[in-house]
Design a protein around this ligand. Structure first.
Ligand code: ZN
Length: 202
């Protein structure tokens, strides 16, 4: 399986990092070794002094598809969860300044956290409010209605370049409020009172 991520998909977050609001989805990938699940702890890697949390809605592809039209995209996924796209911001800033790819800052081991999946029929994924708390203080709050490109648009766009396969995951971008994590922090991702993940930083 592969993990596809969308950068700068919320205008307020693009601006907080001093980036332009993109005209087309900004895409990067993580390998399957980036996955972290079952509320296992996240260990801060030695190569970064500034690992940031980015809470995101994550959709799981459950049918193979290529060049999917937007109006059919909803048939290619039935479950979603909340996750964290951990980012070594110090490394990413260096790479960006040199115009280099982001992988070292984004695709490292355990950088793609996923929570419990639930069926998308239970919510309106185009108007879905979610939040991240760190040590019981609210740090990020977003609503998918503020995404520049919604899930169906992302699936259609990405599938023109990559064949989507069953089990692939799409991280749909983070709202504003990203920040550093430290050893001992507890991260909880919630929406409508439902807890999707709850794990510790070590
Ligand atoms: Zn992200």
């Amino acid at each position: 399986m592969k993990i596809i991520c969308i950068g700068r998909n919320y205008g307020a977050h693009a601006k907080e990092l001093g980036n332009e609001v993109p005209e087309k989805p900004v895409i990067f990938c993580k390998p399957d070794t980036a996955l972290l699940k079952n509320n296992e702890p996240f260990y801060i890697p030695d190569f970064s002094k500034d690992v940031h949390h980015e809470i995101e809605v994550v959709i799981k592809i459950d049918k193979m598809g290529k060049s999917i039209a937007p109006q059919f995209a909803h048939k290619y996924y039935s479950e979603f969860t909340l996750g964290v796209d951990f980012t070594a911001r110090d490394l990413q800033t260096e790479l960006k300044a040199k115009g280099l790819p982001w992988e070292l800052a984004k695709a490292f081991d355990n950088s793609a956290v996923i929570g419990n999946f639930i069926t998308k029929e239970t919510v309106d994924l185009n108007n879905f409010e979610f939040e991240l708390s760190k040590n019981n203080a609210l740090v990020q709050q977003g609503n998918t209605k503020d995404m520049l490109f919604n899930a169906d648009t992302i699936i259609s766009f990405v599938s023109q370049y990559f064949t989507l396969k069953t089990g692939d995951l799409i991280f749909t971008g983070t709202p504003a409020g990203v920040g550093a994590v430290n050893i001992g922090d507890q991260l909880i991702g919630k929406a409508a009172g439902v807890e999707y993940f709850n794990f510790e930083i070590k």
